[in-house]
Structures are given as C-alpha cells and as structure tokens.
Write a protein that binds this ligand. Structure first.
Ligand code: S3P
Length: 429
C-alpha cells in the first residue's frame, strides 16, 4: 500500500499561487491544434497525466507534437491528415480524451481502438457511441458499446439533431467534433448549459458555431486554421486552495491567472453565498477564455442547498465543496448530482466514505449528499481510490485535522495537478 503522510493542523496559509493550466482547455488545444491546418503553439499547457495521454494518442495518429514543459508545438494535419494508428490508443485515466477522440475518429475512414485504465473501463460510453452511430460511424465496444475497449471504423457522416439526455460537455463536444466532419448541420440540444470550451475553441480556430440557448449547431466541412492558445489557470485546481484559504485559520491566499469562464464559476457563486471572504480582481473578460486573479481569506461560513443548473457549473468541485460544508454552520444539501456516480470514482460514495472517516457528519443520497456542519475533523488513513480530486480534497481536509492523516495513492493527483504538493508547501512557510 503506497501511503503518504499529509500535513495536518496548520496555523495559517499565506502566499501566492500561479494556478496551472486548465485541463479541459489543454486537452482541446491539442485536439484542435491537430485537426487544424498549420502550426499551433500552446503556452501554460497542463502537464498532468491526462493531457499527456491526449498528446500521445494524437502522436499515434501521425501528428507531430513537440512538448517542452508547458509549451507545446503542434504541426496540425487537418482532419484529413490523421492516419490510421498501428497501435491501440491508450487514454489512461482521461474521460475527456476518450470521449472527445471518439468524436474525431467517428469521421475518419480508418480503424482504431481505444482503451484506458481500470477507472475508464467502468465509465459509461453509450452516451457518446449512440449519437455517433446515429451520425453514421461504425463503433462498438464491450457490453454493446457501453465500455472500453472501444473500436471505431469511421467514415462518411451525416448531420443529426440530438437531444443529450445527460448534462455533459464531453458528449456535446464529441458530437460537435463529429459534426464538423459530417454533411449538413449537426445540432446538439442540452438539458442544462455545460462548459463551452469546445464552442469557443471552434471559433478561436476560425470555425463557425451557432449557439441559441441550450442548442449548439455546426456545419460540416469547415476548414480550421492553426491558432495559438494561452491556457488559463484551471478553476477546478484553484478550488482546492480557495477552500483551503477559507477553512484554515488566519489565512490569506492569492491565486493568479484563474479561468473565469461563466460555465465553470459555480464554485465562486456557492462560496460567496456561503459567506466566503473571496475577491476577484485583474479580470480580463475579453480574452477568448476570461481570466482573473482571486484573493481568499479565512471565512465564517453557512450551509446552503446546491442543485439544478448550478451542478454542471461546479460538477468537478463537489468533493472539495463537501469538505467546505463540513466547516459551515448548518446543513448543506447537494442534489441533482447523480453524474458524480460516473466520474473517475463514484464520487458520492468516495467523498462520503472518506470524509466520514475523518469525523465529518455526512450522508449519501441518491443524487448527492447532505452535510451537517460544523464538525472538527480528527485523522486516520484515507484513500484517493486513484481519483485525483478525492486525493486533493483529502490533502486539504488534513490541514484542519487534529490527528495524523495518511493518504493512500496520493500519486493519482498528478492526473490534473502535478505540482499540487509543492504549491501547498509554499503556502505553509
Ligand atoms: C469535462 C467535462 C465534465 C468534467 C470533466 C471534464 C470536459 O465531464 O467532469 O472533468 O473537459 O469536457 P462531463 O462532460 O462528462 O460531465
């Protein structure tokens, strides 16, 4: 058992962090750099394991990609230049890689196979394979296309109109990426607005996309052109330090260059409503992805109900919001969040189980969880279960624990935040 001893019971956190690149945007910058024609340079690229999986998959499709730390140069081939891979495409732990790549491969007239790790093998894929089949792609997988390995023989596609049954940016993006290669118009209708990085990226790379409320349409046959991308910091990574600053006594943390795309800022709305001393400044809302700096101070918090259309705007932050709620007066209810069950782990189970081990008063519901605050957290052996966001949430929880905390599989954190522990260390000194 690989266990890491976490820092516990700290008196204060102070200092500044430059938040690493956004995971969703880093993935898409590689994909769009590859399917556009010409040379794309990406800066502030996230070097987490998930984004490295995306690079390696596109290299296997014949795209020349040179990575030098956070700078990546892609010699885009356009859709037509992608080549049949001689090897299996391994996405590791990355749901975004596999689902978006399926959309790209659906329109390519060749054979490919996608696999991932044990977590990916349990995650539902019919939500993507079904609409891609409707567009005309040949796709199959274990259990009728629900699970990896997935095989694709892409080809000539025809645009469809599709109502996505779950709120998922990955599903929307896969359909749009296939739609760019299909004849006619492809229209995706969402149940709730999800992150719109793909729509923004299509436009940034010179393409056209039409957004009308919850529907998004693209025309097939558009030629995308290389465009440089400076990736903003990941608000989902910043979230761990926002919560840390709010719950550790005597703290003041500045977070630089954080992405402020409104489809991702649910955490800010929730923290403000709970009473957090959180300020945003240096905003650049005109950038292709809006950014700004944040200051968080130790806060006096109260519980609230979180549900409805807010959920897709903070879906990845729910583990750390649950921790925040343990330090808020009163009850916090998280509902309408069944999607948590099909993330890297079943995050309703893993959050509730691990926080309860530390002494939190938290219970699982069918579509979320209920947290009773405020509780003192004690200590113990906790497990990330290989889920990066569970690992980071527990490392932040340890900061306010009274006794020793040991974390099983802290290595999972490198999926989205390889410098997490060194950034935390800097705030302790
Ligand atoms: C992502 C979308 C979300 C999110 C995931 C990244 C993306 O998943 O949880 O971490 O980059 O499109 P769903 O679209 O499946 O909800």
């Amino acid at each position: 058992m690989n266990t890491t001893s976490l820092t516990v019971h700290v008196n204060r956190l102070t200092g500044e962090i430059h938040i690493p690149g956004d995971k969703s945007i880093s993935h898409r910058s590689i994909m769009f750099g590859a399917i556009a024609e010409g040379t794309t340079t990406i800066t502030n690229f996230l070097t987490g394991d998930d984004c490295l999986s995306t690079i390696s998959c596109f290299q296997k499709l014949g795209v020349e990609i040179i990575q030098d730390h956070e700078k990546v140069t892609i010699h885009g081939t356009g859709f037509e230049g992608l080549q049949e891979p001689s090897e299996i495409l391994d996405v590791g732990n990355s749901g975004t890689t596999i689902r978006l790549m399926m959309g790209i491969l659906a329109g390519r007239p060749f054979f490919s196979t996608l696999i991932g790790d044990d977590s990916i093998a349990k995650r539902p894929m019919t939500r993507v394979t079904k609409p891609l089949k409707a567009l005309g792609a040949g796709i199959d997988g274990r259990s009728g296309g629900e699970y990896t390995p997935i095989s694709i023989r892409g080809g000539s596609l025809k645009g469809i109109e599709y109502q996505v049954p779950v709120a998922s940016a990955q599903v929307k993006s896969a359909i749009l990426l296939a739609g760019l290669q299909a004849g006619g118009t492809t229209k995706v209708i969402e149940t709730a607005k999800t992150r719109d990085h793909t729509e923004r990226m299509i436009q940034h790379f010179g393409g056209a996309v039409e957004v009308d409320g919850l529907s998004v349409s693209v025309q097939g046959g558009q030629q995308l052109k290389a465009a440089d991308v400076h990736v903003p910091g990941d608000i989902s990574s910043a979230a761990f330090f926002l919560v840390a600053g709010a719950i550790v006594p005597n703290s003041e943390i500045i977070l630089r260059n954080v992405g402020l795309n409104p489809s991702r800022t649910g955490i800010i709305d929730v923290m403000k409503e709970m009473g957090a001393d959180l300020e945003i400044f240096n905003e650049d809302l005109a950038a292709f992805e809006p950014v700004g700096d944040m200051r968080i101070k130790t806060s006096s918090l109260k519980g609230m109900t979180i549900g409805g259309d807010l959920i897709p705007r903070l879906i990845d932050e729910i583990p750390v919001i649950a921790l925040l709620a343990t330090q808020a007066e009163g009850v916090t209810v998280i509902k309408d969040a069944e999607e948590l069950k099909v993330k890297e782990t079943n995050r309703i189970d893993t959050v509730v189980h691990e926080l309860a081990k530390l002494g939190a008063r938290i219970e699982a519901t069918n579509d979320g969880m209920i947290i009773h605050g405020r509780t003192n957290l004690s200590g113990g052996i906790v497990d990330s279960y290989g889920d990066h966001r569970i690992g980071m949430m527990l490392a932040i929880a340890a900061l306010i624990c009274e006794k020793e905390v040991n974390l099983v599989d802290a290595g999972a954190i490198s999926v989205s935040y390889p410098n997490f522990f060194s950034h935390l260390e800097n705030l302790l000194s």
